[in-house]
Design a binder for this molecule. Structure first.
Ligand SMILES: [Zn+2]
Length: 195
C-alpha cells in the first residue's frame, strides 16, 4: 500500500506511510470507502477516446465523455489544453462552446519531451473527423506552454485558424504587483474599448 501511494504525484515515502498507517488504524471506514471508490473508478472510468477528458466506459467498451457526447457543442471549435484540470477550468468559465483536446503533456526539450511525444496524430484525427475550423490553444503561459502553442500553430496553422488565449492581469489583480512579462503581454494584447 505504501508503494502504491508513492506512485502518486507529490507523495513521498513518509506521507505514504502516514496514509497507510492511518487507514489501517482508526480510519477503517475511510479505507473501505477508498477501496470501493478505486475499484469503481478502475472498472468504469478511463480517458475519453476522442478528447482525453475523464469518461465512463460504455457497454460496448468505448469511452465518450459528456462534452463529446453533447450534440449541442460547436464542433468547429477545438480547445487544446495541457491537462484535464485545465479543461475543467476552461469549462467552468463558460467561455468555450466547442470541444476540447487534452494533450497530456507539453513540449519540454530540457526534460526530453520532444514533438514526437505529443499526441499530434490523435489531434489531427479529431480536426478531420469534426471539421474543426478553429484550434484554440489554451496551454499555460509558461516556456513549455508557449513552445507547445508555437509547435501546434506550425503543424496545423495552414489548415485551420489557430488562436491563442490572451494572457494578462488577473481579475481583481493589482498592476503594481504584476511581473514584467505578464504586464508586457497585457500591454501588447490591448484592445479597443467600445464606448
Ligand atoms: Zn471527450
Amino acid at each position: 500500500l505504501v508503494q502504491a501511494f508513492t506512485r502518486l504525484p507529490g507523495v513521498g515515502e513518509k506521507t505514504a506511510l502516514r496514509f497507510t498507517l492511518q487507514l489501517l488504524g482508526d480510519q477503517r471506514a475511510a479505507l473501505e470507502a477508498l477501496s470501493h471508490a478505486l475499484a469503481e473508478a478502475a472498472a468504469h472510468l478511463r480517458p475519453c477516446d476522442s478528447c482525453g477528458n475523464i469518461a465512463e466506459i460504455g457497454p460496448d467498451g468505448s469511452a465518450v465523455c459528456g462534452i463529446c457526447a453533447d450534440a449541442r457543442r460547436d464542433q468547429s471549435q477545438l480547445c487544446v489544453v495541457a491537462k484535464v484540470q485545465d479543461l475543467m477550468a476552461v469549462e467552468r468559465s463558460g467561455a468555450m462552446r466547442g470541444r476540447y483536446f487534452v494533450l497530456g503533456r507539453l513540449l519540454s526539450p530540457l526534460d526530453g519531451v520532444g514533438a514526437e511525444e505529443l499526441p499530434l496524430a490523435q489531434l489531427e484525427r479529431q480536426i478531420v473527423a469534426n471539421g474543426v475550423q478553429e484550434l484554440v490553444i489554451a496551454t499555460p503561459p509558461s516556456v513549455e506552454g508557449e513552445a507547445t502553442a508555437l509547435h501546434l500553430a506550425r503543424e496545423f496553422g495552414r489548415r485551420v485558424r489557430v488562436t491563442r488565449i490572451a494572457s494578462g492581469i488577473p481579475h481583481g489583480g493589482d498592476l503594481e504587483f504584476a511581473d514584467p512579462i505578464t504586464l508586457g503581454r497585457a500591454m501588447s494584447g490591448r484592445r479597443g474599448l467600445d464606448a
